[in-house]
Write a protein that binds this ligand. Sequence first.
Ligand SMILES: Cc1cc2nc3c(=O)[nH]c(=O)nc-3n(C[C@H](O)[C@H](O)[C@H](O)COP(=O)(O)O)c2cc1C
Ligand SMILES: C=C(O[C@@H]1CC(C(=O)O)=C[C@@H](OP(=O)(O)O)[C@H]1O)C(=O)O
Length: 388
Amino acid sequence: MRYLTAGESHGKQQTTIVEGLPAQMPITKEDINDSLLRRQKGHGRGKRMQIEKDLVDIVGGIRHGYTLGSPIALVVHNDDFKHWIDVMGEDPVPEDQNIRRVVTRPRPGHADLNGALKYGHRDMRNILERSSARETTARVAAGAVAKTLLRNLGINIIGYVKEIAGIKAEERDDLSIQEKIDISEASPVRSLDDNAGKKMMEAIDQAKKDGDSIGGVCEVYIEGMPAGIGSFVHYDRKLDGRIAGAVQSINAFKGVEFGIGFEAARRNGSEVHDEILWSEERGYYRKTNRLGGFEGGMTTGMPIVVKGVMKPIPTLYKPLQSVDIETKEPFSASIERSDSCAVPAAAVVMEHVVAFELAKAILEQFPNDQFPKLKQTIDQYREEIRSF
Ligand SMILES: Cc1cc2nc3c(=O)[nH]c(=O)nc-3n(C[C@H](O)[C@H](O)[C@H](O)COP(=O)(O)O)c2cc1C
Ligand SMILES: C=C(O[C@@H]1CC(C(=O)O)=C[C@@H](OP(=O)(O)O)[C@H]1O)C(=O)O
């Protein structure tokens, strides 16, 4: 299974093509819209999110609530496009700065300058339109399809916020996954800890007032993945490595951890590794889950726990210094609009990119063109490893 996305931030639409789903898998428009609308929510987002209402148009691969086995094509329209029709049109226009809204001032922390150097564009709008995190809409659409496959196989996943601007949510290992889902959905910052959540909101409001931005840590939690998915035999078949790559590829993400993550560097081995137990009912399981559900690039069957670090949003109302590429003069320009914190939205994006890697790994290990047969195979595999 693979996916591709296309589309500019202020162009007509975001397009996603997902290939490799088995036929006969139940899926509805709501499965995808639910994910898209969740991504849009979250305290700290700017004016753009008031313009957009992300709803999917399914234009291929799904009929009467089931996958066909053909590529799935999904479209989400950019409602803001109506304000950018001239700027984003495909027809040639005269070299008129007013129509093109040429960008010659690279913003620190964005792809603007490196992209201009790489592609030779002197108008950096040609870079920023695609490097914008608007593209995460299309990635969430692909991830929603993957999440539906996982759910149909009894695998559940949720993303929430662990930390914003140094304010840390309490560990909530006591919660069931359904409680995690419900609590994070009800929180404006997707926190499982109400007290920390309130402080996070205050920090976001303060950052906005100061014309600044703040980052944080998202966590994705998965239950129901059988043991032995992924492989140790090659670097690019290690599933934890693939997940890390997918998370790191989200705009503004700067690091990934599994389980106790970097804390492992500070502990003795006896306080890091998860001892193996066995019971008739569960088969093999671990006494603890400090390694976050992976050993040797494969799932252990314990919950997968993965964290991603998001840097503060780079476009600031309190602008940073840069250099105009035409005049070579320094400038510190003011901006029209930006998010002050997108960590709550990013938790949803992270949930979906992780879901995609998990679904992809399952389909690689148990290739099947028909979903009911895939389900049977997975059920059988679960039984085999339980009684191994
Ligand atoms: C959901 C989401 C929303 C974002 N919103 C903004 C924004 O409003 N303004 C901004 O400057 N960057 C925003 N970003 C971050 C930039 O897209 C990102 O920092 C930039 O593309 C450079 O990529 P890099 O940080 O991965 O190097 C957002 C990121 C995500 C995940
Ligand atoms: C549009 C989305 O996020 C955008 C990501 C983004 C950026 O630079 O990454 C900049 C902002 O867009 P604009 O420049 O149009 O105000 C965000 O709103 C979205 O999440 O759907």
